[in-house]
Design a protein around this ligand. Structure first.
Ligand code: NAD
Length: 483
């Protein structure tokens, strides 16, 4: 038997074992087998990393924007050079199709570094002139040491979305990827060494949320936490970090409405709705899981939607034709199955899917599930209120703008919403009434990295992206000069 690949922490510029010497099993979702080991790090590893970051901070925070920008560009280039290797690794670790990782996840990770490498040298600062009396200018200082904690669904994509602006603004970072999908963060640490990132500037510690995650959140010398993950975890993190007066950015769960008006471009709405329901196995916080369809076209849309969903192929993530790969873990597969059972108990009519997919060969024990569509459930039931975060959507007819806006807004979440109509006045009016941080009109997941990104209500606190991220990772200081 070849020795199992051991992932390492990246601390003070070196790849190293966790202090405890303990490791966790890392499963490949498409085979259901353990294929590598992840450090089971703890507070001792966080302590060493924070000390390294403290040593690195004075030099990194003052080396100049050109130097930081050049290193971030170099990391972006290396991610691009390693596209195929990283995409394969992401797929093996997460279960998503290699095609998706190649076209979306890995290019976006590279873009994240490239975007903030450019942003930092193109940024200007505000000045406020008090006529004839004083000039105020805003000096944005790096915060110091910041913690970045990310989830498993878009592993390298979301990990780098936090790390890149934190580094660009001159902070040193203690970062933790999800213990379910640690591989590409590990490969990134090798690329950071190759890119010449100075020792201690970025430290990547692997392990469990409740152990190493909380050690990061509660460390006295880590002054800001940028977190993406579930709402319950966000609540826990806030309860620790808020009394310590840490800066907090929380990107949390969603239960997003997708509203299809009768006057939409039917074919576009239909095909994008299939994508926005089931891309990445429905494991994207922005997926539209409640599809509201205007009554006049409900039956036509439902039949065409189910027909398209039936044609989606759930298969080996390595195969080009697979539209959906495996769900991330056995636990998550069981959670999704639990919600399918709940939807049936709540009186939902199963239109398609609702069951595991049995593949053969290497994939015989993988966590595959058919894309699933329900109808006949009202907006207030648990299926339509709670985040499933898998390939399960419900179709709900509506009759008026007022009623659909009320139902769309009627959950604890407010991350994103999509709406489909060719009536541009109605589109703007409805968008303004939706309590969502992001609204897509006649498109979905169309991203411009300069735009504010984040959720309202229990979907989060704060915004990422563009200048919002540069502001989050800096402390604004007003300097007033009397004339
Ligand atoms: P999760 O909350 O279980 O874990 C996220 C990260 O937090 C992981 O790295 C985990 O180890 C860590 N963690 C867990 N408990 C912790 C604790 N007590 N202290 C510190 N860290 C802790 O979420 P998940 O299951 O990995 O991801 C799925 C969730 O993420 C979904 O709810 C999804 O909607 C959300 N998400 C949100 C966005 C967004 O931008 N709003 C994007 C992607 C995913």
């Amino acid at each position: 038997m070849p020795e199992m690949k051991k992932i390492q922490n990246y601390i003070d510029g070196e790849l190293c074992a966790p202090q405890s010497g303990n490791y966790l099993d890392n499963y490949c979702p498409a085979t259901g087998k353990v294929y590598s080991e992840v450090p089971d790090s703890d507070q001792n590893d966080v302590k060493v990393a924070v000390n390294a970051a403290k040593k690195a901070f004075p030099q990194w925070s003052t080396c100049g924007i050109e130097t930081r920008s050049r290193i971030l560009y170099k990391i972006a280039d290396l991610i691009e050079d390693n596209l195929d290797r990283l995409a394969l690794a992401e797929s093996e670790d997460n279960g998503k199709p290699v095609k998706l990782a190649t076209n979306v996840d890995i290019p976006r990770a590279s873009s994240n570094f490239r975007f903030f490498a450019s942003a930092i040298v193109n940024q200007s600062t505000e000045a406020h002139i008090t006529e004839g009396q004083a000039v105020n200018y805003t000096h944005r200082h790096p915060i110091g040491i910041v913690g970045c904690i990310s989830p498993w669904n878009l592993p390298l994509y979301l990990f780098t979305w936090k790390i890149a602006p934190a580094l660009a603004t001159g902070n040193c970072v203690i970062a933790k990827p999800s213990e379910l999908t640690p591989m590409t963060a590990y490969l990134l640490s090798e690329l950071c060494i190759e890119a010449g990132l100075p020792k201690g500037v970025l430290n990547i510690i692997h392990g469990l949320g409740a152990k190493v995650g909380e050690a990061i959140v509660s460390h006295n010398d880590i002054s800001a936490i940028s977190f993406t993950g579930g709402t319950a975890t966000g609540k826990r993190i806030a309860s620790i970090a808020a009394p310590m007066f840490k800066k907090l950015s929380l990107e949390l769960g969603g239960k997003n409405p997708n509203i299809v008006f009768a006057d939409c471009d039917f074919e576009k709405a239909l095909s994008t709705s299939v994508q926005s329901s089931f891309a990445n196995q429905g494991e994207i916080c922005l997926c539209g899981s409640r599809i509201y369809v205007e009554e006049r076209i409900y039956e036509k849309f439902r039949d065409a939607f189910v027909d398209k969903v039936d044609k989606l192929k759930v298969g080996d993530p390595k195969e080009e034709e697979s539209n959906l790969g495996a769900l991330v873990s056995k636990g998550h597969l069981e959670k999704v199955e639990g919600y399918v059972n709940l939807a049936i108990e709540e009186g939902g009519k199963l239109l398609t899917g609702g069951k595991r997919v049995q593949l053969d060969g290497d994939n015989a024990n993988g966590y595959f599930f058919r894309p699933t569509v329900f109808e006949g459930l009202d907006s207030s039931c648990r299926t339509n209120q709670e985040e499933i975060f898998g390939p399960v959507v419900t179709l709900i007819p509506f009759t008026s703008v007022e009623s659909v806006v009320e139902e769309a807004n009627g959950t604890a979440y407010g991350l994103s919403a999509t709406l489909w109509t060719e009536n541009i006045t109605k589109a703007h009016q409805v968008a303004a009434k939706l309590k969502s941080g992001i609204v897509w009109i006649n498109c979905w997941l169309f991203r411009d990295l300069r735009t504010p990104f984040g959720g309202m209500k229990q979907s989060g606190v704060g915004r990422e992206g563009g200048s919002e991220a540069l502001k989050f990772f800096t402390e604004a200081q007003n300097v007033c000069v009397k004339i």
